[in-house]
Design a protein around this ligand. Structure first.
Ligand code: DX5
Ligand code: ZN
Length: 217
Protein backbone atom coordinates (compact mmCIF):
# COMPACT_ATOMS: atom_id res chain seq x y z
CA UNK A 1 0.00 0.00 0.00
CA UNK A 2 1.15 3.56 -0.70
CA UNK A 3 0.35 5.22 2.62
CA UNK A 4 3.31 7.20 3.99
CA UNK A 5 5.42 5.36 6.53
CA UNK A 6 7.83 6.93 9.01
CA UNK A 7 10.89 4.81 9.77
CA UNK A 8 12.95 6.32 12.60
CA UNK A 9 16.65 5.49 12.33
CA UNK A 10 18.05 4.18 15.60
CA UNK A 11 21.42 5.61 14.53
CA UNK A 12 20.20 8.67 16.46
CA UNK A 13 19.07 6.64 19.51
CA UNK A 14 20.96 6.12 22.78
CA UNK A 15 23.38 3.29 21.91
CA UNK A 16 23.31 2.02 25.51
CA UNK A 17 19.53 1.60 25.37
CA UNK A 18 18.37 0.22 22.03
CA UNK A 19 15.59 -2.01 23.38
CA UNK A 20 13.84 0.78 25.24
CA UNK A 21 14.42 3.26 22.43
CA UNK A 22 12.78 0.91 19.90
CA UNK A 23 9.82 0.36 22.21
CA UNK A 24 9.50 4.13 22.73
CA UNK A 25 9.45 5.06 19.02
CA UNK A 26 6.94 2.31 18.22
CA UNK A 27 4.67 3.40 21.08
CA UNK A 28 4.92 6.93 19.69
CA UNK A 29 3.77 6.00 16.20
CA UNK A 30 6.76 4.76 14.20
CA UNK A 31 5.60 2.59 11.28
CA UNK A 32 8.93 0.84 10.70
CA UNK A 33 12.26 0.71 12.57
CA UNK A 34 15.30 1.60 10.41
CA UNK A 35 18.56 -0.08 11.42
CA UNK A 36 21.78 1.36 9.92
CA UNK A 37 24.59 -1.17 9.63
CA UNK A 38 27.99 0.41 8.81
CA UNK A 39 31.31 -1.35 8.38
CA UNK A 40 33.96 1.41 8.48
CA UNK A 41 34.91 0.45 4.92
CA UNK A 42 31.99 1.07 2.55
CA UNK A 43 31.22 4.13 4.70
CA UNK A 44 33.56 5.97 7.08
CA UNK A 45 31.70 4.95 10.25
CA UNK A 46 31.01 1.77 12.22
CA UNK A 47 27.82 0.81 14.02
CA UNK A 48 26.82 -2.77 14.78
CA UNK A 49 26.55 -6.19 13.18
CA UNK A 50 24.19 -9.16 13.01
CA UNK A 51 24.43 -10.15 16.69
CA UNK A 52 23.23 -6.72 17.78
CA UNK A 53 20.49 -6.68 15.13
CA UNK A 54 19.31 -10.08 16.39
CA UNK A 55 19.11 -8.63 19.90
CA UNK A 56 16.92 -5.77 18.59
CA UNK A 57 14.46 -8.19 16.97
CA UNK A 58 12.28 -9.04 20.00
CA UNK A 59 11.71 -5.33 20.63
CA UNK A 60 10.51 -4.61 17.08
CA UNK A 61 6.78 -5.26 16.65
CA UNK A 62 6.47 -3.42 13.33
CA UNK A 63 8.93 -3.90 10.45
CA UNK A 64 12.68 -4.23 10.98
CA UNK A 65 14.20 -2.39 8.02
CA UNK A 66 17.93 -3.14 7.87
CA UNK A 67 20.09 -0.82 5.73
CA UNK A 68 23.45 -2.39 5.00
CA UNK A 69 26.22 0.12 4.35
CA UNK A 70 28.79 -2.65 4.04
CA UNK A 71 30.84 -4.30 1.31
CA UNK A 72 30.79 -7.11 0.51
CA UNK A 73 27.15 -8.00 1.32
CA UNK A 74 26.69 -11.59 0.17
CA UNK A 75 28.67 -13.34 2.96
CA UNK A 76 26.36 -11.75 5.56
CA UNK A 77 22.91 -12.29 4.03
CA UNK A 78 22.17 -15.46 6.00
CA UNK A 79 23.29 -13.81 9.25
CA UNK A 80 20.78 -10.98 8.75
CA UNK A 81 18.04 -13.46 7.84
CA UNK A 82 18.82 -15.29 11.09
CA UNK A 83 18.81 -11.94 12.92
CA UNK A 84 15.21 -11.46 11.78
CA UNK A 85 15.45 -8.62 9.26
CA UNK A 86 12.16 -8.07 7.42
CA UNK A 87 13.67 -5.82 4.75
CA UNK A 88 17.36 -6.13 3.88
CA UNK A 89 18.76 -3.31 1.74
CA UNK A 90 22.10 -3.44 -0.07
CA UNK A 91 23.80 -0.61 -1.95
CA UNK A 92 24.11 -0.85 -5.71
CA UNK A 93 27.63 0.59 -5.26
CA UNK A 94 28.71 -2.15 -2.83
CA UNK A 95 29.85 -4.61 -5.47
CA UNK A 96 29.59 -5.81 -9.05
CA UNK A 97 26.79 -8.34 -8.45
CA UNK A 98 23.80 -6.49 -7.01
CA UNK A 99 21.49 -8.59 -9.21
CA UNK A 100 22.74 -11.78 -7.55
CA UNK A 101 22.61 -10.13 -4.11
CA UNK A 102 18.93 -9.17 -4.46
CA UNK A 103 18.06 -12.71 -5.57
CA UNK A 104 19.93 -14.10 -2.56
CA UNK A 105 18.14 -11.77 -0.14
CA UNK A 106 14.75 -12.94 -1.40
CA UNK A 107 15.87 -16.57 -1.42
CA UNK A 108 16.75 -16.14 2.28
CA UNK A 109 13.14 -15.10 2.94
CA UNK A 110 13.48 -11.32 3.27
CA UNK A 111 12.19 -8.38 1.27
CA UNK A 112 14.99 -7.07 -0.92
CA UNK A 113 15.94 -3.40 -0.95
CA UNK A 114 18.44 -1.60 -3.14
CA UNK A 115 19.98 1.74 -2.12
CA UNK A 116 21.41 4.47 -4.35
CA UNK A 117 24.01 6.99 -3.21
CA UNK A 118 23.38 10.59 -4.27
CA UNK A 119 25.88 10.32 -7.15
CA UNK A 120 24.28 7.19 -8.61
CA UNK A 121 21.62 7.65 -11.32
CA UNK A 122 18.13 6.11 -11.26
CA UNK A 123 19.10 4.03 -14.30
CA UNK A 124 21.36 1.89 -12.08
CA UNK A 125 18.25 -0.03 -10.97
CA UNK A 126 16.55 -0.25 -14.40
CA UNK A 127 17.20 -3.99 -14.67
CA UNK A 128 16.47 -4.73 -11.00
CA UNK A 129 12.87 -3.56 -10.74
CA UNK A 130 11.38 -7.06 -10.65
CA UNK A 131 13.94 -8.23 -8.08
CA UNK A 132 13.37 -5.50 -5.53
CA UNK A 133 10.69 -4.56 -3.01
CA UNK A 134 12.17 -1.20 -2.02
CA UNK A 135 14.45 1.40 -3.57
CA UNK A 136 16.24 3.55 -1.01
CA UNK A 137 17.18 6.96 -2.39
CA UNK A 138 19.96 8.44 -0.26
CA UNK A 139 19.55 12.19 0.21
CA UNK A 140 22.88 12.42 2.05
CA UNK A 141 26.17 10.64 1.47
CA UNK A 142 25.79 7.70 3.85
CA UNK A 143 27.76 7.32 7.06
CA UNK A 144 26.36 9.79 9.56
CA UNK A 145 23.09 11.13 10.92
CA UNK A 146 22.31 14.82 11.03
CA UNK A 147 23.61 15.80 7.59
CA UNK A 148 22.10 18.35 5.23
CA UNK A 149 19.44 17.11 2.78
CA UNK A 150 20.56 16.81 -0.87
CA UNK A 151 17.68 17.36 -3.29
CA UNK A 152 17.05 14.13 -5.22
CA UNK A 153 13.46 14.86 -6.26
CA UNK A 154 14.24 14.47 -9.98
CA UNK A 155 15.67 11.00 -9.28
CA UNK A 156 12.62 10.07 -7.19
CA UNK A 157 10.28 11.11 -10.02
CA UNK A 158 12.25 9.05 -12.56
CA UNK A 159 12.13 6.01 -10.29
CA UNK A 160 8.38 6.30 -9.69
CA UNK A 161 7.87 6.38 -13.45
CA UNK A 162 10.21 3.42 -14.03
CA UNK A 163 8.48 1.40 -11.29
CA UNK A 164 5.05 1.85 -12.89
CA UNK A 165 2.50 -0.39 -11.16
CA UNK A 166 5.03 -2.73 -9.54
CA UNK A 167 4.67 -3.01 -5.74
CA UNK A 168 7.97 -1.26 -4.96
CA UNK A 169 8.45 1.21 -2.12
CA UNK A 170 10.55 4.33 -2.56
CA UNK A 171 12.32 5.08 0.69
CA UNK A 172 14.17 8.34 1.38
CA UNK A 173 17.11 8.36 3.76
CA UNK A 174 18.98 11.41 4.97
CA UNK A 175 18.02 14.89 6.12
CA UNK A 176 14.28 14.15 6.20
CA UNK A 177 12.50 16.72 8.38
CA UNK A 178 9.22 18.67 8.27
CA UNK A 179 10.64 20.93 5.53
CA UNK A 180 12.02 18.26 3.20
CA UNK A 181 9.46 15.47 3.74
CA UNK A 182 6.68 17.13 1.67
CA UNK A 183 9.07 17.55 -1.30
CA UNK A 184 9.99 13.86 -1.44
CA UNK A 185 6.43 12.65 -0.87
CA UNK A 186 5.21 14.87 -3.69
CA UNK A 187 7.90 13.34 -5.93
CA UNK A 188 6.69 9.80 -5.16
CA UNK A 189 8.34 8.57 -1.95
CA UNK A 190 6.32 6.51 0.53
CA UNK A 191 8.81 5.47 3.27
CA UNK A 192 10.60 8.27 5.12
CA UNK A 193 13.63 7.46 7.24
CA UNK A 194 14.36 10.08 9.88
CA UNK A 195 17.02 9.97 12.55
CA UNK A 196 17.81 13.34 14.06
CA UNK A 197 14.37 14.77 13.23
CA UNK A 198 12.68 12.05 15.35
CA UNK A 199 15.11 11.71 18.26
CA UNK A 200 16.03 15.36 18.82
CA UNK A 201 14.90 16.71 22.17
CA UNK A 202 13.48 13.36 23.36
CA UNK A 203 14.67 10.39 25.39
CA UNK A 204 13.24 7.19 26.85
CA UNK A 205 12.32 9.34 29.85
CA UNK A 206 10.55 11.88 27.58
CA UNK A 207 9.26 9.67 24.74
CA UNK A 208 6.31 11.96 23.96
CA UNK A 209 8.81 14.25 22.21
CA UNK A 210 9.43 11.43 19.72
CA UNK A 211 5.70 11.32 19.03
CA UNK A 212 5.50 15.07 18.50
CA UNK A 213 8.50 14.92 16.18
CA UNK A 214 7.02 12.02 14.17
CA UNK A 215 3.71 13.82 13.73
CA UNK A 216 5.50 16.98 12.52
CA UNK A 217 7.15 15.05 9.69
C1 DX5 B 1 22.87 7.76 6.95
C2 DX5 B 1 21.88 6.73 7.44
C3 DX5 B 1 20.60 7.32 7.82
C4 DX5 B 1 20.68 8.31 8.95
C5 DX5 B 1 19.69 9.39 8.71
O1 DX5 B 1 24.02 7.16 6.51
O2 DX5 B 1 21.64 5.74 6.45
O3 DX5 B 1 19.59 6.36 8.05
O4 DX5 B 1 20.46 7.76 10.21
O5 DX5 B 1 19.85 10.36 9.68
P1 DX5 B 1 19.19 11.80 9.57
O6 DX5 B 1 17.71 11.61 9.48
O7 DX5 B 1 19.62 12.47 10.84
O8 DX5 B 1 19.74 12.45 8.33
ZN1 ZN C 1 19.82 4.38 6.63
Amino acid sequence: DRSIKIAPSILSADFANFGQEIQAIEAQGADWVHVDVMDGHFVPNLTFGPAAVKAFRPHVKTVMDVHLMIAPVDPYIDAYADAGADVLTAHVEAGPHIHRTLQAIRAAGMKAGVALNPGTPAEAVAHLLDLTDLICVMTVNPGFGGQKFIDMTAKIRSLREMIGDRPVHIEIDGGVDPTTAPLVVEAGADVLVAGSAVFRGGSVEAPEVYGENIRKI
